[in-house]
Design a protein around this ligand. Structure first.
Ligand code: TNX
Length: 675
């Protein structure tokens, strides 16, 4: 048995060394050593009092990975004279070790993790976990202890103190258990902030004892909810929210994993869900209100309404109590000033304060909310637009999202800045043109995330950069199903973790890709992550553009006429003058019968379920037939038919209302020739 262990250790020793080079994010300094540490039959973990949760965490991981249960925890700074086979974890503040940094020393005799602080020990444990070999194929009488861990000395610390990820649970609800898993996976990449986007136009996800209806009503859209369905939840009541107990549990779960949660209540815009539950938060005169869909502008809190600040004190008071983080994110993005412009009281407020522009009125609002936070012992975090109306009274942390220039500008103006330009760090964008996701900030392949290098930032600006953040906006969650969240996040998050952690001079794409391919993708698989893989090349297809006439119950706008469809203008679309109603139809009649393999009809923005026909079916008329035959149902506004004979005409029949959408987008038919 001993011999086998020795042989194993030799084999795995060298494999281990290779794996040691394959850590993600790459550590600052790694020095390989001879030999391996074998997990002993009883592993003794010595820990300092403050790292007790981490000793438990490590023990739980060994149990999960190897069914290894022979662990004894001892709280002590002193080690026994027999140090063989022990692990020591402790915090050791040290001048030379920055916050969240750690030393990890593995010798054949013992393993030691000394962290600058709790986070440092946690990060050291993450590195250790990445060094652990695969679970051997256990049998009942196998010893659980033949697990060799390569000897190594690592000294490591983060480039940035803020290494964040935003999760939008407003557009697509993510149940509490999945949020925990998401946090766990982030923490394994040494990400230490979760920016939790809890409210938006499409839903309010946090239970409040003072105003329960915000969540119990505003947490759902569709059906009998005052919030109309959108983004693929058209035919059912959809949603959810987190109870305060769940939130406390998630916050505690994250804290063990060195993840701080920064909750966001998006104000004063993006507040349609709140406004549908409490219309009085809107400017007087905009109370009407026939429900409508999409980004209608009646979602903005009235700045002049004093009751609003009392309400916000209630709301933020509860939020502040639930979340220990110093910063609470209060939004400030994409505020439409149309309601303020039409509101006599907002206009009077502007005059009284000598404001000439709406961003100043927004600053006024943010300052009032900032004062509430101040009274709660908290500070505001805001989106970059919030600083356009002059300097905010309470020192905020600014999240720059629109592009890199606004991030630089915020830092240059003296704000603590979180850098998260959509063009590099928005994981709701597509990886490549044929894949799922949004496109407004272009495609964001993993290489592009990795390549972000603060080009053009001055040393002064860099001094204000607190770190970086990825973002998973979630409009398309229902469209793309249960694998979307992790696929959009991984492997881009691995690249982000290295932008956030590893010194720039140690970062190199080829090196990163090598580590991913050799080792880290396998680690992701072991964690059960369904990460994105390179899509298979599309088969060559020939598209047909047969002469076609178009008719039906819709009219099109002047700027987007139906001729765009009948001309097969690539990338363009027609737009109707109103949303769809039950019984509407669109009829495509071909000049000659069309022989083809398939015809795809698409409504709405490509890959983005807005302005779609939310329900309906396709009917085909084959050559020689007088009647139409039903041949497919619309799904997310699209349908593909595979004709069995030459096609004379295609009709799309609407069976559902458009839920207040103002128009339908109609793309040219995609007709694929027979091979
Ligand atoms: C812009 S980022 C938004 C979000 C959307 C996102 C989609 C930001 C502050 N506002 O509301 O979900 O684009 O990519």
């Amino acid at each position: 048995m001993k011999k086998i262990a020795l042989l194993l250790s030799c084999l795995l020793g060298t494999a281990g060394l290779a794996a040691a080079q394959d850590l993600v994010p790459r550590p600052v300094s790694v020095e390989s050593r001879e030999g391996v540490f074998m997990l002993p039959s009883l592993l003794r973990i010595y820990h300092s009092p403050d790292t007790e949760p981490l000793a438990r965490y490590l023990a739980a991981e060994l149990q999960r990975l190897y069914r290894f249960e022979a662990v004894r925890l001892t709280e002590s700074d002193k080690l026994p004279s027999d140090r063989a086979g022990i692990v020591q974890i402790y915090t050791a503040p040290h001048d030379e070790m920055p916050a969240e940094g750690y030393w990890l020393n593995i010798s054949p005799r013992d393993m030691l993790i000394a962290g600058a602080d709790y986070g440092g020990v946690f990060n050291g444990i993450q590195t250790l976990l990445q060094l652990l070999p695969d679970a051997p194929p256990f049998c009942d009488d196998c010893r659980r202890s033949d697990i060799p861990i390569p000897c190594i000395n690592i000294s490591d610390y983060p480039r940035f103190g803020y290494r964040g990820m935003l999760l939008d649970v407003a557009r697509t609800f993510v149940p509490a258990e999945q949020v925990k898993r998401y946090i766990d996976l982030l923490s394994r990449h040494k990400i230490n902030k979760l920016h939790w986007h809890l409210t938006d136009d499409e839903g309010w996800r946090i239970e409040l004892k003072s105003h329960p209806e915000l969540a119990t009503v505003g947490g759902f859209r569709g059906g009998d909810s005052p919030i109309l369905p959108i983004y693929g939840a058209w035919d059912r009541k959809y949603g959810g929210y987190y109870t305060q107990d769940e939130i406390r549990e998630i916050v505690a779960y994250a804290a063990v994993r060195n993840v701080e949660i920064i909750p966001e209540i998006d104000l004063p815009g993006h507040s349609r869900a709140a406004a549908r539950v409490m219309p009085a938060i809107l400017c007087a005169g905009s109370y009407d209100t026939t429900p409508t869909n999409g980004y209608d502008d009646r979602n903005v809190w009235c700045v002049a309404e004093e009751d609003n600040y009392r309400l916000l004190a209630d709301i933020l008071g509860e939020v502040a109590e639930l979340f220990p983080s110093l910063y609470l994110h209060i939004g400030g993005d994409e505020v439409n000033s149309a309601q303020w412009a039409a509101c006599p009281r907002c206009r009077a407020l502007m005059r009284a304060n000598g404001y000439t522009e709406y961003p100043q009125l927004q600053r006024h609002f943010m300052d009032r909310v900032g004062a509430i936070l101040d009274s709660l012992g908290k500070r505001p975090a805001v989106w970059n637009e919030a600083i356009n109306g002059g300097r905010l009274a309470r020192e905020p942390r600014v999240h720059g999202w629109q592009n890199t220039a606004v991030c630089r500008q915020a830092a240059a103006t003296g704000y603590r800045t979180v850098v998260m330009p959509a063009q590099s760090f928005y994981f709701d964008m597509k990886y490549s043109p044929s894949e799922a996701g949004q496109t407004w900030a272009g495609c964001v392949p993993t290489e592009k995330v990795y390549a972000f290098d603060f080009d053009g930032f001055s040393p002064d600006e860099m001094a204000r950069v607190e770190g970086v953040e990825g973002a998973l906006w979630h409009e398309l969650g229902l469209l793309h199903g249960s694998t979307y969240l992790e696929r959009q996040t991984y492997p881009r998050l691995c690249a982000l973790s290295e932008v956030a952690w590893t010194p720039q001079e140690l970062r190199n794409w080829d090196d990163f890709e090598g580590r991913m391919e050799r080792t880290h993708y396998a680690r992701l698989s072991r964690m059960g992550i369904r990460y994105r893989t390179q899509p298979a090349p599309q088969p060559e297809e020939t598209l047909l553009t047969p002469a076609v006439t178009f008719s039906g119950t819709f009219r099109a706008t002047r700027t987007n006429p139906f001729s765009i469809v009948t001309d097969y203008r690539p990338g363009a679309y027609a737009r109707t003058t109103r949303g769809a109603r039950e019984g509407d139809y669109l009829l495509f009649r071909f000049a000659e019968p069309v022989n083809c393999r398939s015809i795809t009809f698409t409504s709405g923005y490509a890959g983005h379920p807005r302005r779609v026909i939310t329900g309906g079916f396709a009917e085909v008329q084959y050559v020689g037939d007088d009647t139409f035959r039903r041949c497919g149902e619309l799904s997310f506004g699209c349908v593909t038919i595979r004709p069995v004979a030459p096609v004379q005409a295609l009709r799309i029949v609407c069976t559902a209302p458009s839920n207040g959408e103002d128009s339908v987008i109609v793309h040219p038919l995609r007709i694929v020739a027979e091979p």
